[in-house]
Ligand binder design. Structure first.
Ligand code: HEC
Ligand code: HEC
Length: 331
């Protein structure tokens, strides 16, 4: 009986020939067999049910497939990542690039990072990824989509794997535009008074870096976020974190990180590149009072952006701003 069920499932999930690159990419994105040892999929840190970020939000940063290992940064959402342009720099500063520091120029290039990262999916090399791929239930479909030789050598196989994952990440499933804000813009739904006031405050204080429709301009800034003492990366052994507790995350340079999208933001906690802020109101309070309140010192003190930090918002304003941000959640 059990055998029969397995055969039926394999028959419909990987019937070679009928699958698109995007469907194949979704299977790979959700496949915990692609890590070494098996056990961690992209989807574990970018879960569809949690707005494509890490549902283990009780940790500031994500746990790897080796359960004692933690990375140094908070997992961003993979939603709307298809719009992140390659990184460019000019007199006005840097712009674009994937990861908090923009070090990957495409979704394809980005996808290789976690596969080979010892703090994440921990494959030692491309040959290990290929071995995992060959064992996958969708290996026949992989050959059907990319050709009979697609799983013959590590470089080709991994290039096709990242191509398929990126095709899935570019699909409309990861860019739904189904939020209340979108309905408001389409004229089919009204904002509440509080949300409307929040939109006004947002336009005044936030939209310069987080403009609609994506709520980011992909620029970089150092917001002066404090070092997070409980970041579990700080306790990693010297081979994984040579600087130990003295580790400082400089981002792209001088503490600058790429402005993230605020779509779905209230669902993607914790907040900031190191997960310093447990919830959005706490981060809003930081943006409001960083320069006049009693906050821990910035992790990197150079070139801190002063367009936030002393906004003079009342607590009612902060509530309204928060109410507006909730309208950015897809439904
Ligand atoms: C252990 C958790 C973990 C796993 C597994 C993981 N990621 Fe991530 N992901 C992260 C973290 C943390 C970052 C940010 C890292 C950085 O900026 O240095 C990130 C960044 C990203 C980004 C960039 C988003 C942006 O705004 O720049 C994308 C896209 C992404 N991951 C997709 C994937 C894909 C595809 C896989 C599987 C091949 C994957 N992730 C596996 C934690 C994870
Ligand atoms: C100078 C540009 C700039 C302005 C102005 C700005 N932000 Fe940001 N925002 C950023 C950058 C850059 C980050 C990432 C910083 C980091 O993690 O080090 C960020 C991060 C955030 C985050 C965390 C998102 C996440 O997924 O972790 C929230 C929430 C946020 N901003 C809301 C706002 C709000 C609300 C305002 C207006 C009160 C605002 N920002 C004004 C540039 C800006």
């Amino acid at each position: 009986m059990r055998v029969a069920i397995v055969v039926v499932l394999v028959g419909c999930t990987s019937s070679p020939g009928s699958m698109t690159k995007e469907q194949l990419g979704k299977l790979a994105f959700e496949d915990p067999g692609l890590s070494t040892p098996a056990g961690q999929a992209c989807a574990d840190c970018h879960a569809a049910k949690a707005a494509f970020r890490d549902p283990e939000s009780d940790f500031s940063t994500s746990r790897g497939v080796i359960p004692t290992r933690f990375g140094s940064r908070n997992a961003p959402t993979a939603l709307y990542a298809r719009y992140i342009p390659p990184r460019t720099s000019d007199a006005a500063g840097s712009h674009g690039g994937l990861f908090w520091d923009g070090r990957a120029n495409s979704l394809e290039e980005q996808a290789l990072g976690p596969l080979l990262n010892p703090l994440e999916m921990n494959n030692p090399d491309r040959a290990a990824i290929l071995a995992n791929l060959r064992a996958a239930s969708y290996a026949p479909a992989f050959r059907a989509v990319f050709g009979g030789a697609a799983l013959d050598d590590p470089d080709t196989a991994v290039a096709h794997l990242t191509e398929a994952i990126a095709a899935y990440e570019r699909s409309d499933e990861l860019a739904p535009f189904t939020s209340k804000y979108d309905a408001y813009m389409a004229g089919t739904e009204a904002l509440t008074d509080s949300e409307q006031r929040g939109l006004g405050l947002f336009e005044a204080h936030c939209a310069s870096c987080h403009p609609p429709p994506l709520f980011t301009d992909f620029s970089y800034a150092n917001l002066g976020i404090p070092k997070y003492a409980n970041n579990r990366f700080l306790q990693q052994p010297p081979d994984l974190n040579p600087a130990g507790t003295a580790f400082v995350d400089h981002g792209l340079a001088d503490g600058k990180f790429r402005t993230p999208t605020l779509r779905n933001v209230v669902r993607t906690g914790p907040f900031g590149h190191n997960g310093y802020f447990e919830n959005v109101p706490y981060m809003l309070e930081f943006l409001n009072t960083r320069d006049v309140g009693t906050w821990a010192p910035p992790e990197v003190a150079t070139g801190i952006d002063r367009s936030v930090g002393n906004l003079g918002l009342t607590s009612a304003d902060v509530d309204d701003l928060y109410a507006f941000l909730t309208t950015l959640s897809d439904r």
